[in-house]
Design a protein around this ligand. Structure first.
Ligand code: SAH
Length: 362
């Protein structure tokens, strides 16, 4: 859709009239159905630890939040939840945590991935597909996790504007470092996902256009973007957002534009979007999302994975029913990899699984 130049994108994001937005969402839905079909893939999300060494100004897990009860699920628990998820029909799992830069944390994760792979892949199938979202690590650590069996990685850049990034993070974090991580992940062979928050204090519509351009330039495989939802135990809590950005509408518009610009990527209807509005999931799907990540973190830990306030959880069954009511189909027994990645893949280790799922043999 070459007509979506900078001015057209800015125009869509500056005038969020309801009729116009509906037409845009319809266009995105059409592109999605023509390119990747109407299937929606589920990733069971296990938020296995809320310990975090970073101090991001927007996030409730930040190191400086002393009011949070910290937890770390042990290997047995994680592997058991993964096994149950596999038996229940999930074929992909996402493991997420606060950030850990120590070797012990990576060693632990390598072992967990190995164990999950061995118990779910012992029936002649490739087992559970594993997505990681554990932040900035070294090239060597990303390589170890890939070799252990993880094959997708999500690392949001949060905003593509370096100045805004600097206002949202302590001085020891930089947008440049995130970009280097994305490049490392891609070179290693992961399917690489990134994303931003929409409605951040200080963010402009021009920034959102910049975000879309960034995603295109980076040639990403997966996208996860969601509204910023303020958390009382963070420095950003008292900062006013830009009234020109409506976190809900603008998230949907950016998603729809992303689907039109990048027809073959995987895009998630984020938990934050679902938390902001009861119809968030349905609207996210209509704006082009083809991935949902039902939270399967054990109930006892969930409330302490409080990235933002008012996080809402829907059961897998409820999600499946909403997906079907919205006119889509849950893709079972498949990893549901990014079509974009299939087209640009560069490494061998996943080819067997790839072949397996392509042919859909069980
Ligand atoms: N530590 C991991 C994953 C945990 S945070 C990582 O860095 O990738 C996952 C995502 O939650 C972040 O990338 C951010 O985009 C989002 N997030 C954090 N605080 C938020 C808030 N207040 N509102 C909405 N989303 C938030």
């Amino acid at each position: 859709m070459s007509s979506l130049n900078y001015a057209a994108l800015l125009d869509y994001l500056s005038d969020v009239d309801s009729g116009r937005m509906r037409t845009l969402l319809d266009q995105a839905d059409q592109v999605r159905r023509q390119t990747i079909g109407n299937e929606v893939y589920l990733r069971g999300l296990i938020e296995y630890s809320n310990h975090c060494c970073r101090d991001c100004f927007y996030c409730g897990l930040r190191r400086g939040n002393r009011e949070l009860t910290r937890y770390q699920m042990n290997q047995e628990e994680i592997v058991e939840y993964a096994r149950q998820a596999y038996q229940a029909g999930f074929h992909s799992l996402a493991l997420q945590s606060g950030e850990m830069v120590d070797k012990k944390g990576v060693d632990n994760l390598v072992e967990i991935i190995g164990r999950i792979k061995s118990i779910t892949g012992n029936d002649g199938t490739p087992g559970l597909g594993i997505t990681l979202s554990v932040g900035e690590l070294s090239y060597a650590d990303y390589e170890r996790l890939f070799a252990a069996g993880a094959h997708r990685y999500l690392l949001r850049i949060e905003t593509s504007n370096p100045e805004l990034f600097a206002r949202l993070h302590p001085a020891d974090q930089s947008l440049q470092r995130r970009i280097e991580c994305l490049e490392a992940l891609k070179a290693i062979g992961y399917q690489v996902g990134t994303g931003v928050m929409v409605g951040l204090p200080g963010q402009t519509v021009e920034d959102l256009v910049g975000d879309l351009r960034f995603f295109l330039e980076q040639d990403i495989d997966m996208l996860g973007l969601g509204p910023f939802i303020s958390h009382p135990q963070t420095p950003l809590y008292h900062q006013a957002a830009n009234p020109e950005i409506d976190p809900l509408r603008h998230t949907l518009i950016v998603m729809a534009l992303a689907r039109i610009l990048m027809p073959d990527i995987n895009m998630v209807a984020s938990t934050a979007l679902q938390s902001l509005h009861t119809n968030g999931l349905t609207w996210g799907l209509k704006a082009g999302a083809n991935i949902v990540m039902p939270v399967i973190t054990p109930a006892e830990y969930r409330e302490n994975y409080s990235i933002y306030s008012g996080k809402q959880y829907k059961s897998w069954q409820q999600i499946q029913s909403e997906v079907e009511t919205a006119g889509y189909q849950v893709g079972l027994w498949k990893w549901g990899d990014s079509l974009h990645w299939y087209k640009r893949r560069i490494t061998r280790p996943i080819l067997e699984a790839d072949q397996y799922h392509r042919e859909d043999k069980l």
